[in-house]
Design a binder for this molecule. Structure first.
Ligand code: ADP
Ligand code: ASP
Ligand code: MG
Length: 286
């Protein structure tokens, strides 16, 4: 089985979600890890910051604006009225939860709950979209199996056992959708794998299920020889060793979470970097 991760831009618009659907709908069983829609986690972090600063009106204002934009996305994504209705109910429950958070005292646990909502929203919406399109997909809640230990390291034994169980329970599905980034900690509290952590989720799951390959689908065709945000005329690198990729990620190549290569290296699983908007481009094989 392959594990495919799609980042924020890849699920950041209805058009891009349809590209993701086309990429994953090839008749092969797979696990699909999704980030939050682009911009959402930044918004959630800023809402949490407003709560920390005791600016609950500003937090509520941002929550309302974000809520509006999600309702518009649901309307353009889901024409099926039953699915449209049930997803709007889910979206409302998330935003009611966030409004409740705005009235609470700030804590790290509260921030972790707030920033987890982006991936919960994107996966719920995308899974319903696949169902609308007649694709046999199942939503696997990451909080049922993704766990970090007291040192904030992935608890691979726990993850192996529990993802195995949820996969078995959903054996009829062709495509499994789950949330990147979020996890439980050793006290069963909602936590996360740090910003950009969906890449890490993908390689952890890859190692847990001994995937044949992990694919990281993003908005650029592979690892470039320089950071394209600051350097002109950069070029994609077609092959990298685990150590070379880990070093580039560690020194700030944002395309990969700094820890994400480790589980793949340990389990010897190839990682492919691909562009959702240009699937024919070769990308990078690690
Ligand atoms: P996603 O939301 O899909 O996880 P990210 O924004 O986290 O995407 O990572 C992709 C971005 O990483 C690219 O758009 C690019 O701007 C940036 N980036 C930084 N360094 C590199 C590099 N060496 N090669 C490719 N992309 C890089
Ligand atoms: N949504 C999270 C972030 O923006 C995780 C990720 O995209 O990988 O950092
Ligand atoms: Mg990223």
């Amino acid at each position: 089985m392959k594990v495919l991760k799609f980042g924020g831009t890849s699920v950041g618009s209805v058009e891009n979600m349809s590209h993701v659907k086309n990429i994953i709908n090839d008749g092969q069983k797979k696990i699909v890890v999704l980030s939050a829609m682009s911009g959402t986690t930044n918004q959630l972090v800023s809402i949490a910051q407003d709560i920390a600063d005791e600016k609950s009106d500003e937090a509520l204002n941002k929550i309302s604006k974000l809520n509006e934009s999600y309702l518009l996305t649901v309307d353009s994504l889901l024409q099926d009225s039953t699915l449209n209705h049930s997803v709007k109910e889910y979206v409302s429950s998330v935003f009611d939860f966030l409004k409740g958070c705005a009235k609470k005292d700030f804590s790290q646990a509260l921030e972790n709950q707030i920033v987890a909502q982006g991936e919960l929203l994107s996966t719920y919406m995308f899974n319903s979209y696949l169902n609308q399109e007649g694709i046999a997909s199942a939503l696997l809640p990451a909080l049922d199996f993704m766990r970090i230990d007291e040192n904030k390291e992935p608890n691979i034994e726990f993850i192996k056992e529990n993802i195995g169980a949820v996969l078995k329970e959903n054996a009829g599905a062709e495509i499994y959708i789950t949330q990147g980034f979020i996890c439980l900690d050793d006290n069963d509290e909602v936590s996360n794998l740090q910003r950009g952590g969906s890449d890490f989720t993908a390689t952890i799951i890859g190692a847990a299920v001994l995937a044949e390959e992990v694919q990281i689908w993003t908005d650029i065709s592979g690892m470039h020889n320089n950071d394209p945000r600051y350097v002109e005329n950069t070029n994609p690198i077609s092959n990298l060793s685990f150590d070379e990729a880990a070093e580039l990620a560690y020194f700030g190549a944002k395309i990969l979470h700094p820890l994400s290569i480790r589980p793949a290296k340990l389990a010897d699983i190839p990682v492919r970097l691909k562009n959702t908007m240009e699937p024919a481009a070769e990308g990078t094989l690690i």
